[in-house]
Design a protein around this ligand. Structure first.
Ligand SMILES: Cc1cc2nc3c(=O)[nH]c(=O)nc-3n(C[C@H](O)[C@H](O)[C@H](O)COP(=O)(O)OP(=O)(O)OC[C@H]3O[C@@H](n4cnc5c(N)ncnc54)[C@H](O)[C@@H]3O)c2cc1C
Length: 247
């Protein structure tokens, strides 16, 4: 039997959600929302034209820095694409004014805001000038199934190294669910640059993806190669052992 591995993270998340009973309507817009005794009545246009009654509506279309009322123009601080423009060491266009965290719209997360703040404090007050790297920052989406990722994705890697990218991936039923009997799949993927053998990206969809990718991020940041991954002994039975046995 031929078994196809879906190698895109988003499709793995989407299929996993659909297995849990979620209906996903793509290429559709909500034109109108009306409160009715049955619930919220949505009028849709596009691929899923029609109406839909729902219990709740969550709008998750991203966010922008809230710079209103800061009067940055009075201080001569430059704004670029709705965010405070900063150098790598968080300096604004006014050399004595710094900006860290979401207001500079680099990578908007709590650990990045803290790291940028610490680097600023070390530089300005600790006699230890330094800037943090915004590369290989791990992240996770705590959806069901969960997704975790660090480093370049396949599209980014192929754009950077068009002739020397090799991807390794696997999709399998994790041991945990062999016991529960649930039809749950885990997906793992490594992106490798073949000239250097360096692992440029590690990606996963499935149980504990965030926890597992946090550890993988150390290896990617240290410049681990596929050979290093292969030389690492797995923990059996675990999901993470798949990363060191990919062929
Ligand atoms: C719903 C949601 C879920 C999130 N989940 C996660 C997550 O799971 N993991 C993760 O890493 N990140 C998450 N984030 C992102 C994370 O919260 C932010 O990246 C992080 O808080 C940025 O820190 P910050 O200090 O830059 O900004 P903030 O934490 O927003 O702090 C800015 C502060 O400045 C204050 N302020 C604003 N304007 C003024 C003013 N004019 N004068 C004085 N004070 C002012 C605000 O009241 C606020 O207290 C989430 C964000 C949201 C909105």
């Amino acid at each position: 039997m031929c078994q196809y591995v879906i190698t895109s993270m988003r499709t793995n998340v989407q299929f996993g959600m659909m297995k849990h009973g979620l209906e996903i309507l793509t290429e559709s817009s909500i034109d109108h929302i009306e409160k009715t005794p049955e619930g919220l009545k949505l009028t849709l246009s596009g691929k899923s034209e029609g109406t839909l009654i729902v219990d709740a509506l969550l709008c998750a279309t991203g966010r922008l820095p809230n710079l209103e009322n800061l009067a940055l123009e009075n201080a001569g601080v430059e704004i670029d694409k709705c965010a405070i423009a900063v150098t790598l060491d968080s300096r604004t266009s006014q050399p004595h004014i710094f900006a860290v965290g979401d207001c500079s719209n680099r990578i908007n997360s709590t650990p990045i805001a803290i790291a940028e703040g610490r680097a600023f404090a070390d530089t300005e007050f600790g006699h230890n000038p330094r800037a943090i790297s915004h590369e290989n920052v791990p992240s996770a989406v705590f959806s069901q199934p969960e997704a975790g990722t660090v480093g370049l994705n396949e599209v980014q890697a192929r754009a950077k190294f068009p002739d020397s990218i090799k991807c390794y991936s696997a999709q399998f039923r994790p041991m945990f669910h062999a016991l529960t009997g649930a039809d749950e799949k885990t997906f793992v993927k490594l992106i490798v640059e073949t000239n250097t053998d360096r692992v440029l990206g590690v990606h996963m969809v499935g149980k504990d993806a965030g926890e597992i990718i946090q550890g993988m991020a150390i290896a990617v940041n240290m410049g681990a190669t596929k050979k290093d991954f292969d030389a690492t002994i797995g923990i059996h039975p675990s999901t993470a052992e798949e990363f060191v046995t990919l062929r």
